[in-house]
Design a protein around this ligand. Structure first.
Ligand code: G3P
Length: 338
């Protein structure tokens, strides 16, 4: 009896597997093999970037008649950061959405274009990503097997979130501030006077509760979207770095797609970035009000003092191309003169 039951269970499992394979093929256009790509990101479900990426995946599925399925895994359910980029480089069916610094591990100058206190607004940065300088960097990334689909998913300027008001760099002396695992962030926060502590974002909430760190730095989108305001209430508006996400896919996977598939994916990620940034600009205003209602205080800082300190960061990276800072500044001059 037991044997018969086991056989029946196995047969049922086989039928279900067969049925599900059939269903997958049904969804795809005849004659074309369905493409399934996993997308991994640190952003949690409630954050706009995660929502925008899901929207992009839906549009791609719809426009490709079910032939291209981008499976979005938010909140670090799959490897993120360095590990996610390794998947890309090794040629997995994988899209990584994470900080520019993780491409910077392969092409160091990517860190330079996201250096501290470079941009006054989103548009300046978005114009920079269209510059010849950045086109050159993207070509360099391709030599390392990274096809950069977008550098334009913004989640706001990052400020300090601590339990005390910060006005000048000296106020950060001895303050343990969580930063992403990135040399650029380490040097920037060090220059700003803090004791930077690298931690994955998933460990920040408990890290604050347990005293591993005193606070963090992040954008309003992060502070509201991850509910980290529950444990810290003082935002000091340093706006020291722009929260930027890069979308990367393996060059090998990219080249294995048809031209039509590549067009659909590229166009939808471009449109998705624009949508994401427009919504982000609006949400930032809304979140500021909501955060104030939740007891968060916003403080202005001595920006000139922080600017003076962070400018030293640009000379700290031996792997950056000599003169990259001047190149960035002359691009910015052109952008600002338009
Ligand atoms: O969900 C976390 C995200 O909003 C910010 O992550 O590592 O750039 O601070 P991170």
């Amino acid at each position: 009896m037991k044997k018969i039951f086991k056989m029946l269970t196995l047969m049922l499992a086989a039928i279900m597997l067969f049925a599900s394979c059939g269903k997958k093929e049904e969804g795809a256009t005849k004659g074309e093999e369905k493409v399934v790509i996993k997308l991994s990101t640190k952003f949690v479900e409630d954050e706009q970037t995660a929502k925008s990426l899901k929207r992009v995946a839906e549009k791609i599925l719809e426009r490709s008649n079910g032939n291209i399925e981008i499976q979005v895994y938010p909140g670090g359910q799959l490897p993120i950061g360095k590990d996610s980029m390794e998947q890309v480089v090794s040629g997995a069916n994988w899209i990584s959405v994470d900080g520019l610094n993780f491409i910077g591990d392969y092409v160091p100058d990517f860190n330079a274009i996201n250096g501290p206190m470079l941009y006054k607004n989103f548009d300046e940065y978005l114009a920079m990503t269209q510059s010849d300088l950045v086109k050159k960097l993207k070509a360099e990334a391709e030599k390392k097997q990274i096809k950069v689909l977008s550098l334009d998913y913004l989640f706001g300027f990052r400020s300090m979130l601590t339990d005390k008001e910060v006005k000048v760099p000296e106020d950060l002396n001895g303050v343990k501030v969580r930063v992403p695992t990135s040399q650029l962030y380490m040097y920037t926060l060090e220059a700003m006077g803090a004791n930077p502590t690298p931690l994955p974002f998933t460990e920040v909430y408990s890290g604050i509760q347990q005293g591993v760190v005193d606070g963090l730095e992040g954008s309003l989108m992060t502070i509201y979207g991850t509910k980290i305001y529950e444990v810290r209430k003082q935002v000091s508006l340093t706006n020291h770095l722009l929260g930027v996400s890069a979308v990367s896919i393996s060059k090998q996977v990219w080249e294995g797609l048809t031209e039509e598939q590549r067009t659909i994916i590229q166009e939808e990620f471009d449109a998705g970035a624009k949508y994401n940034n427009d919504v982000t600009v609006e949400l930032e205003k809304e979140y500021k009000v909501k955060l104030e209602e939740l007891g968060v205080k916003f403080n202005e800082v001595d920006l000139a003092a922080f600017n003076k300190e962070t400018s030293k960061v640009f000379s700290k990276f031996p792997k950056w191309t000599p003169g990259i800072y001047d190149e960035i500044m002359s691009e910015l001059e052109v952008i600002r003169s338009k």
